[in-house]
Write a new protein. Structure first.
Length: 265
């Protein structure tokens, strides 16, 4: 089922902030109704601080996956706000305080904002992504990062590759919010894998500036990721050569080799 909205619907308001050491906290608010969701709750303090600073009222917590660094803050945030917790069905009882479970094809609502639920396994078996199609916003959790992707933990690498292919089909102007800021290490690896990519060199320089200024490059866009993220570019001849494979090698095979290299980088 695809959600519908009128062309005059206001764009969502989105606030990003740092949690723990490198998790990215996100709030998304529907200005028409005042409904507001946190994407995961890595740490209660920063989520509650962001709510205080914005004056927004939290109504929902949308969980991408069960890992502790994404759900640790849920009990306190729920106790303080009464927010409804939506989590992947496949996470079982590993996510605390769950009210609603979701799986592939479900739709979640934050006020008048609607998101499609994708199951995007690879990093872990229960991972889901929230795609707000009308707003051109996707919350990728630990599946897709700026200039990188998640570590494969509970599947074959080809499973994560298939999940990433879903992102590759999104429009260029889609804003991509990922669950961590690994930007500098991702940029160093991407440059090692594709040193001749001028767009990548420019993004790496931007990443250095952002870090020096205390910023992070989240959200990214799908257009930028398709042009510079080696894990989305596994079909490019240069990336095959970088892992000693012949140009034209199946992209999933190139991806597997790139991910193994990154694990040791």
């Amino acid at each position: 089922m695809t959600a519908q909205s009128t062309p005059s619907s206001p764009a969502p308001e989105i606030r990003t902030f740092l949690c723990r050491s490198d998790n990215i906290g996100v709030l998304i608010r529907d200005p028409a109704t005042g409904a507001c969701a946190a994407i995961d709750a890595p740490e209660a303090g920063p989520v509650l601080k962001a709510l205080d600073e914005t004056g927004w009222t939290l109504t929902d917590i949308l969980v991408t996956h069960r890992h502790g660094d994404h759900v640790e803050g849920i009990p306190e945030v729920k106790r303080r706000t009464g927010a409804r917790v939506t989590a992947p069905l496949k996470a079982g009882d590993a996510v605390p305080e769950v009210d609603v479970t979701v799986r592939e094809g479900d739709v979640v609502r934050v006020g008048d904002l609607t998101a499609q639920v994708w199951e995007t396994p690879g990093h872990c078996a229960d991972h889901v992504t929230y795609w707000f199609a009308d707003a051109r916003v996707v919350f990728a959790g630990d599946t897709l990062f700026t200039l990188g992707c998640g570590r494969v933990m509970e599947a074959e690498p080809a499973t994560l590759w298939r999940s990433l292919e879903r992102f590759s089909a999104l429009p260029d102007d889609t804003a991509v919010y990922s669950g961590h800021d690994y930007l500098l290490s991702n940029a160093r690896f991407a440059l090692a894998a594709e040193p001749g990519n001028a767009a990548l060199a420019a993004r790496a320089a931007e990443a250095e500036r952002a870090k020096a200024e205390g910023r992070f490059l989240i959200p990214s866009t799908m257009g930028a990721e398709r042009a510079t993220n080696p894990f989305l570019r596994a079909g490019e001849p240069n990336l095959a050569r970088s892992v000693d494979l012949a140009p034209g090698t199946q992209p999933s095979v190139v991806f597997t080799a790139l991910r193994a290299w990154k694990n040791q980088f």
